[in-house]
Design a protein around this ligand. Structure first.
Ligand SMILES: Nc1ncnc2c1ncn2[C@@H]1O[C@H](COP(=O)(O)OP(=O)(O)OP(=O)(O)O)[C@@H](O)[C@H]1O
Ligand code: SF4
Ligand SMILES: [Mg+2]
Length: 343
């Protein structure tokens, strides 16, 4: 299958000045380490991990939306394929004026807080019409396209929504408006960073179902950032599991859920409440994600890893050592792989 996006060995560090030099002579803090994953055309791809793992930094670096000049991509590429069979372009090196044409119209974003993504003093109708000013596919008939999309997003009273200001709609309704807005320009990819975290649990499923359904209709790929393995298992086609700035496991969702290889993935799955009819069997992962200043070169999960704690002194030494565990493929699978000495 063709890739719409190939992220390869992407590393981001914070702490640069406007000349691209370390700020105040301090060593920049590297927060992601050679992150790599592919997103195929039209697929729902999830990037999952606990808070502080580097999910948003990775997502924001795709369109170079990280705070400037502090954050810099110090290594790696983001190859974007604009059309099927076209040569890919490296968004890391693309001149800003060219990148602006990709932002929004070819790769769109949906953020956590819909209220902050919309202008509070402009009606929904005006804000949705605004999209067509920047859209290369626009041919007219904008209002009928908008109405059609709002109906697909589950709105019954479309006129009320169109004439409302953002504060007159609920969080779930606003996020569905943001999904419609993101899809109006028929992007190749949508980056959705925790789009339901700020919403009531009762509407989270509805919003994700709308995103999956509407993106599926237009063949738009989705990069969904989440910390929730339950969401991954329900909606994603493939997943990359991230821990402390590194991808530790990738694969098809069924492979990863049924046969998690990395102890961190196993821990995340054991902590899904829905998997436990008796809450007493639910397990949490002890400890927390280290701050980037405390990142080690060896396995960063070592101090929380039950498998490592119970392993031989030789394996423990290996886990703690300066070598990053090499990527290993699951037996019989071409694209399910993880980095752990136990595999
Ligand atoms: N502007 C910034 N300046 C310095 N460090 C930052 C900045 N933004 C993020 N970081 C650091 O980068 C690391 C990764 O942060 P990131 O926001 O990507 O995590 P995340 O996985 O998205 O977490 P969450 O689930 O809480 O959103 C964290 O240690 C964070 O402190
Ligand atoms: S490499 Fe060692 S510490 Fe890391 S996850 Fe595997 S067993 Fe645990
Ligand atoms: Mg985040």
């Amino acid at each position: 299958m063709n890739s719409v996006l190939q992220v390869k060995n992407l590393s981001v560090a914070f702490g640069f000045d406007k000349n691209g030099k370390p700020r105040d002579g301090m060593t920049p803090l590297q927060v992601t380490d050679r992150v790599s994953f592919d997103i195929h055309e039209g697929e729902f791809f999830a990037l999952v991990g606990e808070s502080g793992c580097g999910k948003s930094v990775t997502a924001m670096s795709i369109l170079r939306l990280l705070p400037q000049p502090s954050a810099q991509i110090i290594e790696g590429s983001v190859n974007y394929c604009p059309t099927e069979n076209a040569a890919s372009i490296d968004l890391v090196k693309l001149p800003l004026a060219e990148l602006q044409k990709v932002r929004g119209s070819e790769i769109a974003c949906i953020f956590q807080e819909p209220m902050q993504a919309l202008n509070p003093v402009v009606t929904i109708k005006k804000q949705l019409l605004e999209v067509f000013k920047f859209c290369k596919h626009s041919k007219g008939g904008f209002m009928s396209v908008i109405r059609e999309q709002l109906v697909l997003a589950g709105f019954k009273d479309v006129d009320r929504v169109l004439n409302s200001y953002p504060h007159e709609l609920s969080g779930g309704m606003l996020q569905r408006v943001c999904i419609v807005m993101a899809l109006l320009s028929k992007p190749r990819l949508i980056i959705a960073d925790e789009p339901t975290t700020a919403l009531d649990v009762t509407v989270q499923a509805q919003v994700l179902a709308v995103l999956k359904d509407m993106a599926g209709r237009t063949g738009t790929a989705v990069l969904l950032i989440t910390h929730n393995m339950g969401i991954v298992s329900q909606y994603a086609d493939r997943v990359a599991v991230m821990y402390a700035g590194r991808i530790v496991e990738t694969g098809g969702v069924r492979d990863v859920i049924d046969n998690p290889m990395h102890p961190y993935t196993q821990g995340l799955l054991a902590a899904i409440p829905e998997n436990h009819s008796d809450m007493r069997t639910m397990k949490s992962i002890p400890g927390s994600v280290p701050h980037p200043r405390d990142f080690v070169k060896g396995c960063r999960f070592a101090d929380r890893c039950e498998k490592c704690a119970n392993a031989s002194a030789e394996l423990r030494e290996k886990c703690m050592s300066a070598q990053v565990p090499p990527k290993q493929k699951a037996s019989g699978s071409l694209n399910h792989e993880a980095n752990c000495f136990l595999i």
